[in-house]
Ligand binder design. Structure first.
Ligand SMILES: [Zn+2]
Length: 391
C-alpha cells in the first residue's frame, strides 16, 4: 500500500511485528494487528459473503474458502509490496523489509528516492502488480467456470480478483503517502524541482482525502452501515495521520541532514555527582527535573550516565546505601556521541529499538550537552508552527 521512508517498524506497529520469511532478500514481517484483520476477513467471507453468493455449499467449505481468501489477500499484499521493493532496489534504494499490518502493507524505505523518476516508477509498480494479479485471478475464474471446476475455486478466484482490483484502484488515489500520492509528488517534484514543496502539497491532498473518508464513514455509520462506516473512518484517520507524519519526517530530514548534533543539543544539562545515593538521586534530581537520564560528572570529567532503568533494578531498601557511581554506565558509542556527528545519522541511531532515550554529547571526556528524540521532535514542531503562521 503505502511505502514510508525512514519509518521504523515500531511506528506502524500497534502490537509488535514478527518475522515470517525472506523473499528475494527482503524480510517479510507480520504485525499482530494483521491477524485481527485476517480473522475478520475469514469470518466475513465464511459467514456472510460466500454463503450469499454461492448457496448450497457445506458450512465446512465456506470456512475453508474464508481461510483461502485471507491467505490469498496476504500473498496479494506481499506481491504488491514486493514489486515496490524490487523497483526500489533497481534504483539502489535500500528497503529494510515488508511489514503487513491492519491497513495493508508497508515497504520500509531507508531514505527518500534519489530522483522524481525513481519515485514514480517505484510508486506505480505496486498498483501495476495488483492489476496483474486481478487479471490473473479473473483468468483463473474463467478457466474454472468453463472447466466446471469446484464452485469453491471459482468463488475464491473471483473474490481475489476483485480484491486486487480494489487495492490497485484505492492506491492510485493521489493522496500521499498512497502510491498515487507518491506518483503525484514525483510529478510535482519534477515540475517544481523542489521535493519539500512537492511533499507539502501532496500530503495536504492526502490529509484532505483522509478527512473525506472519515466524514463518509460517519455518514455511513449514521445510515446503519456500522462495520463499513467504521472501516472508512479508521482508514481515513490512518491516512490523515500518515500524510502528516510523512511531511513532518521530510521537514525534519531536510533540517538535520549535514548538520552537526551540537546545533540541536540541549546545552548545560543537569548532571549528578557520583557520590550521592539513589534516594538523593530520586529526590533531588528525578522528581525535581523529570528526566529519565542524568550524566554523571565529577571535576568536569564525564564518568557515565544513570537512567531510571538502572534505578528500577535496585530494591527500595537498598536506596540509601547504593551510590550513583555503582549503578552508572560508562560513556561508550552506545550512549555518547561527538558534537560534530551528522544529526541525520544520529536520528537513525535513535530509531533503533535498543537505543537509549537520550544521548550524551561529549568532547575529550567533557560533557557539552545531551540530545534526545523528544528534543528533535520539539524543534520540528516549532518549525512547523512558524511555517504555518500567516505571513
Ligand atoms: Zn503500494
Amino acid at each position: 500500500m503505502a511505502s514510508n521512508p525512514r519509518k521504523s517498524s515500531e511506528s506502524v506497529s500497534m502490537f509488535g511485528s514478527y518475522r515470517l520469511f525472506r523473499l528475494f532478500g527482503f524480510e517479510v514481517k507480520l504485525d499482530l494487528s494483521w491477524l485481527l484483520l485476517a480473522l475478520l476477513i475469514t469470518w466475513t467471507l465464511a459467514a456472510g459473503m460466500f454463503p450469499a453468493d454461492y448457496p448450497d455449499l457445506s458450512k465446512k467449505t465456506y470456512w475453508w474458502m474464508g481461510v483461502a481468501g485471507a491467505v490469498g489477500i496476504f500473498f496479494s499484499i506481499v506481491f504488491h509490496e514486493l514489486s515496490h521493493s524490487l523497483v526500489a532496489r533497481r534504483y539502489d534504494l535500500p528497503i529494510r523489509g515488508i511489514t503487513l499490518f491492519i491497513f495493508g502493507g508497508v515497504a520500509q524505505m531507508e531514505h527518500e528516492p534519489p530522483s522524481p523518476k525513481a519515485e514514480f516508477f517505484m510508486a506505480i509498480a505496486g498498483p501495476l502488480a495488483s492489476f496483474l494479479l486481478a487479471f490473473l485471478f479473473f483468468q483463473l475464474e474463467t478457466l474454472a467456470t468453463s472447466g466446471a471446476w469446484p464452485t469453491a475455486i471459482i468463488g475464491i478466484a473471483h473474490y481475489l480478483g476483485i480484491v486486487n482490483m480494489v487495492v490497485a484502484v484505492f492506491n492510485l488515489v493521489p493522496a500521499f503517502p498512497l502510491d498515487g500520492g507518491r506518483m503525484l509528488r514525483a510529478l510535482l517534484w519534477q515540475w517544481k524541482k523542489n521535493l519539500l514543496d512537492a511533499t507539502r502539497l501532496s500530503s495536504q491532498i492526502g490529509a484532505g482525502f483522509g478527512l473525506v473518508l472519515m466524514i463518509l464513514g460517519v455518514l455511513a455509520f449514521i445510515q446503519g452501515n456500522f462495520i463499513g462506516g467504521m472501516w472508512w473512518f479508521l482508514i481515513g484517520a490512518f491516512l490523515r495521520g500518515a500524510a502528516r507524519t510523512s511531511y513532518q519526517q521530510m521537514v525534519l530530514h531536510e533540517m538535520i541532514q549535514g548538520e552537526p548534533a551540537s546545533r540541536f543539543m540541549r546545552r548545560e544539562p543537569v548532571t549528578v555527582p557520583p557520590s550521592i545515593n539513589v534516594r538523593q538521586l530520586l529526590e533531588d534530581y528525578v522528581y525535581r527535573y523529570h528526566f529519565r537520564m542524568f550524566p554523571v560528572v565529577e571535576d568536569a570529567k564525564l564518568l557515565g550516565c544513570i537512567t531510571l532503568e538502572d534505578v528500577k533494578k535496585i530494591p527500595s531498601e537498598q536506596w540509601p546505601q547504593k551510590q550513583v557511581r555503582d549503578l552508572s554506565t560508562p560513556p561508550s558509542s552506545a550512549n555518547t556521541i561527538s558534537p560534530d556527528m551528522d544529526t541525520a545519522k544520529l536520528l537513525s541511531a535513535m530509531n533503533r529499538p535498543d537505543a537509549p532515550v537520550c544521548f550524551m554529547v561529549a568532547e575529550d571526556e567533557r560533557l557539552v550537552g545531551v540530545i534526545s528524540l523528544r528534543d528533535l521532535r520539539e524543534i520540528i514542531e516549532l518549525k512547523l508552527e512558524i511555517e504555518q503562521s500567516p505571513g
